[in-house]
Design a protein around this ligand. Structure first.
Ligand code: ZN
Length: 151
């Protein structure tokens, strides 16, 4: 229970003080909606070579979807695209764990706060909205300016 309330605090804090919110220049833009909850996000990705230079977004919806976008910005900006994709996959796995996984804190940092959300199928979509938007926008940005594989 104590763990849960600490996690709730992290989510609430990101909801009240979203990191990196607002639309800035990007290489690709996507708009995703979660009709079950009414969450919406417009998200732009800017790449600098193989680095995630910026993730900017404009969003509205429930606290989980909003907090998740803020955590996404925190975690992925500044990372190499490949590393960021690993974090995205780890978060997706956590959210699909139905409450069975605690998440890899080293990789997911604040995002492990969403572990409890994975028990509620209706809320999983809220938590994943921005992450799926990021995945799509990044795929688009890469298609336009392919990153060279560094072996
Ligand atoms: Zn929602």
């Amino acid at each position: 229970m104590k763990m849960d309330s600490m996690y709730q605090e992290i989510i609430l804090d990101h909801y009240k003080h979203p990191h990196g919110k607002g639309l800035r220049d990007g290489d690709a833009e996507v708009h995703h909606v979660n009709p079950t909850c009414g969450d919406e996000i417009t998200l732009r990705v800017r790449l600098d070579g193989s680095t995630v230079a910026d993730i900017s977004y404009d969003s509205q919806g429930c606290s989980i979807s909003q907090a998740s976008a803020s955590v996404l910005n925190d975690l992925l900006v500044g990372k190499q695209v490949g590393e960021a994709q690993q974090v995205q996959e780890a978060f997706l796995e956590l959210m699909q764990s139905k409450g069975q996984s605690e998440g890899d804190e080293e990789l997911l940092e604040d995002a492990i706060a969403f572990a409890g959300v994975s028990k509620y199928p209706a809320r999983v979509k809220c938590a994943l909205l921005s992450w799926m938007a990021w995945k799509d926008a990044t795929a688009q940005a890469l298609a336009e300016a392919p990153v060279k594989e560094s072996a």
